[in-house]
Design a protein around this ligand. Structure first.
Ligand code: SF4
Length: 378
């Protein structure tokens, strides 16, 4: 079982982090958790160009000159939880809907026509309205049209993830939001999500079910970002040790405006965000790093090649928002409103390849629920 030290205990990692430790870490192949602390420290903030250069070097060696493109597909904005920072919080008086299977299919086809091959199915946490049966049927309808279908929904049990994997879902994203127990209790006001320990174990359940990819992340703006970065590193390293067959990703959502008007408790500048991304890349060379449309076009263009490997594009955060862009009920305000085509053109303009497809459902043998073993597919 994964356990996270308190933020007070994590502070101790930063005590001896000076310029010497930062330089030593930049020259090391395997920085380890003390190296990650050095890269996240105030001393490393003074050396951001050196961090960027090392992060770019590793990214190029491991991934080549590519950015994978994906888009979220919001299925429902009903939620039984009250999370102070989220537009879907049960408290908020927003227009709510859950897409019918036909509506969801229509949204997916719009994305398909925009040449999106990787989709992320997203919903609030309201299992009575949208559960495993719904997803199995939707994926059955969609899986031949998309290279990969991943989910960001309510936490499930391993058996349920297994069923979804067999149906054709290849990845699961579950963000802890904050690894600081005190802050977690303060911003999760009611509902099952209040259980910090339970949520912490969910990525491992998805990996145990054989999911090809598992994503973790922290919502930046709730607590100290350096400590969140260290906690993310610990979680990542634990998942790597226990589920080495699973590809791992980390997301860096910065809080942005949402219904309810929650204000960030901690300011996270672009400089801070960049340091966090570079530090995670140098710490774990293979992790996929996501930079979503929460960030604006200027920043995302500036980060191409420096660490992130995956960008969302042309996103709507409203269920039904691709068919009807006027619909209300979004989860948060998108910062980058460029079309998929424009995002791809900008990536190409910098000499990088916007990759729409780097996986095919045929590899998965979905009907068998097979997963990769030491000798190939089991
Ligand atoms: S963050 Fe997730 S669980 Fe919390 S209110 Fe929003 S959709 Fe619901």
């Amino acid at each position: 079982m994964f356990e996270i030290p308190s933020f007070q205990d994590l502070q101790k990692y930063f005590v001896d982090c000076g310029p010497h430790e930062v330089n030593r870490t930049l020259e090391s192949e395997h920085p380890g958790i003390t190296g990650l602390a050095a890269l996240l420290s105030p001393a490393a903030a003074e050396q951001l160009p050196a961090l960027a250069a090392r992060s770019a070097e590793i990214s190029s060696l491991r991934f080549g000159n590519i950015i994978q493109i994906y888009a979220p597909l919001y299925l429902s904005n009903y939620c039984v939880n009250r999370c102070a920072y989220c537009g879907f919080s049960a408290d908020n008086k927003i227009s709510r809907r859950v897409l019918t299977l036909a509506e969801a299919e229509k949204e997916a086809l719009i994305l398909h026509e925009r040449d999106i091959q990787h989709i992320l199915l997203v919903s609030g946490e309201a299992p009575a309205r949208l559960g495993v049966d719904y997803l199995v049927e939707l994926v059955r309808r969609l899986r031949d049209k998309f290279a990969s279908i991943t989910i960001e929904i309510q936490p499930l049990e391993t058996e349920e993830y297994r069923r979804l994997f067999a149906a054709g879902i290849t990845g699961v994203a579950v963000y802890q939001e904050t690894y600081d127990r005190t802050t977690y209790d303060e911003v999760h006001l009611s509902g099952g999500k209040r259980d910090f320990i339970y949520r912490l174990q969910v990525p491992a359940k998805a990996a145990a079910a054989g999911m090809r990819e598992v994503g973790i992340g922290a919502l930046l703006g709730l607590a100290d970002w350096r400590l969140e970065g260290l906690a993310l590193g610990l979680h990542l390293a634990w998942l790597r040790r226990h589920y080495w067959q699973t590809a791992l990703t980390v997301s860096f959502p910065r809080l942005c405006y949402a219904e309810g008007g929650f204000k960030a408790r901690v300011d996270i500048s672009e400089h801070n965000l960049s340091q966090l991304i570079f530090a995670l890349r140098i710490f774990d060379h293979d992790v996929g790093l996501l930079l979503s449309t929460r960030e604006d076009a200027r920043y995302r263009n500036g980060m191409i090649g420096l660490g992130p490997t995956r960008y969302s594009a042309g996103s709507s955060t409203v269920p039904g928002g691709y068919a009807d862009p006027e619909l209300e009920g979004e989860q948060f305000s998108v910062g980058d409103r460029r079309t998929v085509k424009q995002v791809c053109l900008d990536i190409r303009g910098q000499g990088f390849d916007p990759v729409r497809k780097d996986w095919d459902a045929v590899f998965q043998k979905p009907e068998d629920g097979c997963r990769m073993t030491d000798d190939g597919y089991g």
